[in-house]
Design a protein around this ligand. Structure first.
Ligand code: GLY
Length: 355
């Protein structure tokens, strides 16, 4: 069985992971299981999950709305209230079956319900498989600012079953792919070169690619689980990307932008900034920009859009005393964190993105 063993919990790959999940649940003799999912996943993924879950522990399914707008405190309150009404005690456990939002909010809900119950993650989107379910970050948004409330709380076990990707919208697949490109850009040049040639990537072998990304992320997290230092590199593209996401989330005139789509733009803008601050080679920057714009297209931003997006950068969790501290690339596959960046330089990055 393919497995990545982190310091705190195992990550199982493929359908065989359900047997390990079942063994773990049965051994712990949880009083009850809460299966947290969203309405889309309830319809598309839960039948497969329930058919493979080998346990006789009683369970309840609680469904939240799909999408990033559900990732807020009122949703948590709803789930906690349901748990109380359904008499979930501190010997119960939560299994989050869904995408990034379900993983992030499910982990948070479990981490504080009755001061913390056990949590299991079964990611069903590419984004959740390569990013949200790995590393023990939980979180919700506040007034549009991304993940500003949350905790570090590791799950007991993760099952990554790529079968769920068959139900996924291609746009969602590309959203997760952005985090994989990020893993190449910050850590492994040959992985980036492989992924950027998307036309030749063999998606029949997606589990191998997911495995590679999970290994990269797990290694970085292992070194610095609470993001005091090196874990920050996993935020490449996120200083700008989260600001774009927040702006789109709170602006009714804008269409929905997926997390990975925003991060893809953020990576181009932050790569431009890297050329100025860390001397990233211009050819490497052009390569990043062209590869990303080939896969994701080019979003149009007006001057007002850019000004508004820059207002959101102040909520980035890596900032210190109002100074923006981004992750920048010295070269493809090598990066540095805590790099001071001005809003003017980010604005120039947007200018070049639009050229
Ligand atoms: N998504 C970035 C991290 O988990 O650190």
């Amino acid at each position: 069985m393919v497995k990545v063993e982190t310091a705190d919990y195992p990550i199982y790959f493929g359908g065989e992971g359900y047997a390990s999940l079942g063994d773990f649940l049965n051994e712990k003799q949880y009083s009850k299981l809460l299966i947290l999912t969203d309405s889309t996943c309830n319809e598309l993924c839960l039948p497969h999950f329930l058919a493979h879950l080998p346990t006789t522990i009683p369970f309840e399914i609680v469904e939240i709305e799909p999408g990033e707008t559900a990732k807020e405190l009122s949703t948590c309150e709803g789930v906690w209230s349901a748990m109380l009404d359904l008499e979930f005690d501190r010997h119960s456990a939560l299994i989050a079956v869904g995408g990034g939002v379900v993983s992030d909010i499910g982990g948070f809900i479990a981490s504080v319900y009755m001061r913390g119950i056990d949590c299991f993650l079964v990611p069903t989107t590419l984004l959740a498989m390569v990013d949200a379910s790995i590393g023990g970050k939980t979180g919700i948004d506040l007034q549009g600012a991304k993940n500003v409330i949350g905790s570090f709380s590791t799950p007991q076990l993760v099952v990554i079953d790529a079968t769920y990707l068959e139900t996924l919208d291609p746009r969602e697949l590309k959203s997760g792919y952005a985090e994989m490109l990020k893993h190449g850009l910050i850590y492994d040049e040959s992985y980036f070169n492989h992924l950027k040639a998307i036309a030749t990537v063999d998606f029949a072998d997606i589990e191998t690619l997911i495995y590679h990304s999970v290994v990269i992320k797990s290694q970085i997290v292992q070194e610095d689980p609470h993001e005091a230092g090196v874990r920050k590199i996993l935020n490449f593209g996120h200083t700008v990307g989260h600001a774009i996401e927040s702006y789109y989330l709170t602006n009714p005139a804008k269409n929905r932008m997926l997390h990975g789509e925003a991060i893809a733009i953020g990576m181009v803008v932050e790569a431009y900034v890297s050329t100025v601050i860390l001397g990233l080679n211009w050819t490497a920057y052009q390569d990043i920009k062209e590869s990303i714009q080939y896969i994701y297209g080019k979003e149009v931003f007006s001057e007002t859009d850019v000004e508004e997006i820059l207002q959101w950068v102040k909520f980035d969790k890596k900032n210190r005393a109002g100074i923006i501290q981004a992750v920048l690339l010295a070269q493809i596959g090598q990066c540095s964190y805590n790099q001071e960046v001005s809003k003017q330089l980010i604005a120039k990055g947007f200018e070049d993105y639009l050229k």
